[in-house]
Design a protein around this ligand. Structure first.
Ligand code: FAD
Length: 404
């Protein structure tokens, strides 16, 4: 992973900080499960608006996943620049920057995170954190923050409008499968809309019944009308946002961000393999639509897994797209008895995936971990397997195959 053009002029870790980071990174990595909750607790006590205005997910904070992902990303960044002093972890930075911009994060919020993250590290390590070590970690934090700020400014500047969120009206709502709704929105005013790239998502921001606002991301699925945004939202009855979004009736308004996300198709002509479970089919449908629109001759294999036929979102839409591609193969699995090609667990390592294929995965974290391991076991290099995570990026940070 080389340094991107935007980063070529960025400063690197100082020679005085390097040995201090080298000596303390493993300790801090090990202490993260204790540091992360302290960090969020102090930040939200001091800055409750970060949750109340929907910049941070309250559920991810409660489950502990988000603080671990955020604190972990700083350690992952440090580890990368220790191991590869000539480069930055571009993939990590890009994912984070896209998520940040979809939430409207701005430069002025970085000092807040610095204060509370470094405060939590100091609190956890006590006297072991000398002023020199604290200064070294502050340096690492700002190398990462400055790189993100630069990327985020670039992403904001590419948008067709300067607003983080725009008002949209729900114009159509239909159930695609048990508990999953396809929702079509149109802008409530004439604000210009950025064209989305297949695989990108928007953040949707809603006010919860108790008054606070919360945002979540949803992949954009194909539209015929470029002035529409279409989402497939699976209701999570234990969740905060999806039950509110799916309960809305046609005519209701919501706030939608501009499109972001970097898990998109590359220009490759290698065989393409799209593997999804459940609602993870949304980016796959977006990719298939793009291939159809381009008249692609590419060899495409789509595999999907669902719990049952009734709980298979966008199945007919996916099948219709597959039929329009000359070189496409489609197979599906369900856990429950039904009309799928296979009943029971899928072993993707045994499906004869071409070793040169470009693979995209989306589904639950467990599904993606298992599938990725099976594919790697079958000889597909890890770097050819891309994936979208429908939540905080915990797996990526601990994935040996992604080099930091
Ligand atoms: P949340 O409030 O986020 O809760 C999630 C889970 O956390 C709950 O099930 C519950 O088990 C647990 N939880 C909540 N509160 C607590 C608590 N107090 N204590 C303990 N546990 C708790 N989803 C789609 O349906 N379609 C898509 O196309 C889609 N695309 C996505 C694309 C991206 C890039 C990302 C990041 C996510 C995507 N998602 C998609 C997922 C979506 O953003 C939401 O995560 C999902 O809808 C759940 O949100 P929620 O607010 O309903 O649940």
């Amino acid at each position: 992973m080389g340094r991107s053009r935007a980063q070529e002029e960025e400063p690197m870790l100082s020679e005085s900080a390097r040995p201090l980071i080298e000596a303390t990174a493993p300790v801090i990595a090990e202490r993260l499960p204790d540091i992360a909750p302290k960090f969020y607790q102090s930040m939200f006590e001091a800055e409750p608006q970060l949750i109340e205005e929907g910049i941070f997910s309250r559920a991810n904070q409660r489950t502990g996943e988000q603080p671990l992902a955020l604190a972990g990303s700083v350690v992952a960044f440090a580890t990368h620049i220790l191991n590869h002093p000539e480069s930055y972890p571009d993939e990590l930075l890009s994912r984070v920057a896209h998520k940040h911009t979809s939430l409207g994060i701005v430069e002025g919020q970085y000092p807040i995170v610095e204060k509370h993250l470094l405060g939590a590290i100091a609190d956890d390590l006590g006297d072991a954190l000398t002023p020199e070590i604290a200064a070294a970690w502050t340096e690492v934090y700002w190398l990462m923050a400055d790189a993100l700020i630069k990327l985020e400014k670039g992403l904001y500047s590419e948008q067709a409008n300067d607003n983080v969120f725009n008002e949209f009206t729900l114009v159509d709502k239909r159930e695609t499968s048990e508990g999953t709704y396809v929702l079509t929105y149109e802008p409530a005013d004439d604000t210009p809309m950025t064209d989305a790239v297949a695989g990108q998502y928007v953040s949707i921001k809603v006010r919860l019944p108790e008054g606070i606002e919360q945002s979540r991301q949803f992949t954009l699925i194909p539209v015929d009308n470029p002035r529409q945004r279409r989402l497939a939202v699976k209701q999570d009855m234990d969740g905060e946002v999806s039950p509110v979004v799916t309960a809305m009736e046609v005519g209701s308004t919501v706030k939608l961000s501009n499109p972001y996300g970097d898990v998109v198709l590359t220009g490759s002509t290698a065989p393409l393999v799209l593997i999804s479970s459940g609602i993870g089919v949304t980016p796959m449908v977006a990719f298939l639509d793009r291939l159809v629109a381009e008249g692609s001759q590419r060899q495409v294999t789509a595999f999907r897994v669902d719990s049952s036929d009734a709980a298979a979102p966008l199945l007919e839409e996916q099948k219709a797209l597959i039929e329009k591609l000359p070189e496409a193969r489609f197979e599906r699995w369900t856990v429950e008895e039904g009309e799928a090609d296979h009943i029971g667990r899928a072993d993707f390592g045994a499906q004869g995936v071409d070793a040169g294929a470009e693979v995209y995965l989306c589904g639950s974290l467990d599904f993606m971990k298992e599938t990725r391991s099976a594919l790697i076991g079958a000889g597909i290099p890890g770097k050819q397997i891309r994936y979208e995570i429908f939540g905080p990026d915990l797996w990526m940070l601990h994935d040996d195959a992604v080099e930091y």
